[in-house]
Design a protein around this ligand. Structure first.
Ligand code: ZN
Length: 375
């Protein structure tokens, strides 16, 4: 029996693996940080019997409530990720698994690999409507890459989309892949009309170092990028520094920052009610966006979400707050569940890579509903 995680976005430590009914594991902390929750490992076993994999330090993870009613994902072919029986006792997360093959992968959510990230960038740039732009380098020497979709022209709105500031939130890049697929579909009326009215600046992965390292929340040196937007630096947070600089060059008329939420079993958005420049114009744009998305997909809802900030109380180091206030534009943090959408549960797969992609496609309809009024 062998458990490994020495691969792209792998994360696990083996404490002991003497017998299938007593496999003791621990999740590694993000480098130079106390955050941990993302796991991704491979089990290789000759035993055709039940396996009990216990993550002994689950109770100390960044969001312990995230383990309640949570089911881990597994895959035999690294393509289809299904849910497996998982229990949490307040300290230990136990994955119960009866192997149907000698090798199986387990993860917190369907991983989005660095190779797939590179494929997404390059398959997109092969489209005449899309351009791949390198903004600079991360601390581990990876490219900070942006896709520009559409032809910049006078009067067009600038719509920015970023994903995976928190690298363990892999559903964010799945959403972006779905959104880009639809945006580049020449037979899609919504996309064609959007590209007549707007140009999209898309950063599919804001944190490639953290993603490859198997981090939950931070970059190579332990910076939580979504707390760096007020004062980013090339030393601590080049990812934010480079994207923010490009935003200031080009301008922003709308911003969506895509995330996953450990606790809540719903898709929702968090707006900028607490920033100084928030006003009724932004509120109206928010309402139109939300109402449209609720109408086009039951995967979205507005009842559950974060508490709304009181006026002036927003944390201005957060991406959507800083961008929304600085550019006086519609800016949302978009959250998807690690668990499932409780309004439309799927026992076999839970919230998934495919459902994230479809939500990304639907999001374009909601953007079309507001695009004329963004500026
Ligand atoms: Zn996040």
């Amino acid at each position: 029996m062998k458990i490994t995680s020495n691969f792209d976005s792998g994360n696990i430590e083996v404490l002991s693996a003497e017998s299938p009914d007593n496999i003791q594991l621990a999740i590694r902390k993000d480098n130079q940080s106390d955050f941990y929750q993302w796991f991704h490992f491979r089990l290789n076993t000759p035993h055709a019997e039940p396996h009990k994999m216990m993550i002994m330090n689950a109770g100390g993870a960044a969001y312990p409530d995230g383990w309640k009613d949570y089911q881990a994902v597994a895959s035999y072919d690294r393509q289809t990720w299904f849910r497996v029986d998982t229990e949490y006792d307040g300290q230990v997360l136990t994955i119960n698994y009866f192997p149907e093959a000698e090798s199986c992968y387990f993860a917190y959510f369907a991983p989005y690999s660095y190779e797939r990230h590179m494929d997404l960038l390059h398959q997109s740039q092969a489209d005449y409507n899309c351009q791949l732009v390198e903004l600079g380098e991360t601390l581990d020497g990876r490219d900070m890459s942006m896709l520009i979709v559409g032809e910049p022209a006078e009067g067009k709105k600038n719509i920015w989309i970023t994903a995976r500031q928190h690298p363990g939130e892999s559903m964010a890049e799945w959403l972006v892949e779905g959104l880009i697929d639809r945006l580049l579909d020449e037979d899609d009326g919504v996309s064609r009309q959007l590209l007549e009215k707007a140009v999209f600046y898309i950063v599919p992965n804001m944190n490639p170092d953290g993603s490859v390292r198997g981090h939950l929340r931070t970059n190579a040196v332990g910076s939580n990028l979504n707390r760096e937007w007020q004062t980013p630096s090339m030393e601590k947070s080049p990812e934010v520094f480079l994207v923010r600089k490009k935003m200031q060059e080009i301008g922003v008329d709308m911003f969506l920052d895509i995330h996953g939420d450990e606790n809540l079993p719903y898709n929702f958005v968090a707006g900028t009610e607490g920033v100084p420049s928030y006003n009724s114009r932004i509120e109206q744009l928010e309402n139109t966006f939300k109402q449209t998305l609720v109408t086009v997909t039951p995967e979205f809802q507005t009842k559950y979400g974060y508490d709304i900030d009181a006026p002036g109380e927003a944390n201005m180091t957060v991406g959507s707050a800083w961008v929304g206030d600085h550019f006086k534009c519609l800016a949302y943090t978009v959250e998807m569940p690690f668990k499932d959408n409780a309004n439309l549960p799927d026992e076999a797969y839970g919230w998934s890579d495919i459902r994230s992609m479809k939500l990304g496609q639907d999001m374009l309809t909601a953007i079309l509903a507001v695009v004329d009024d963004l500026r």
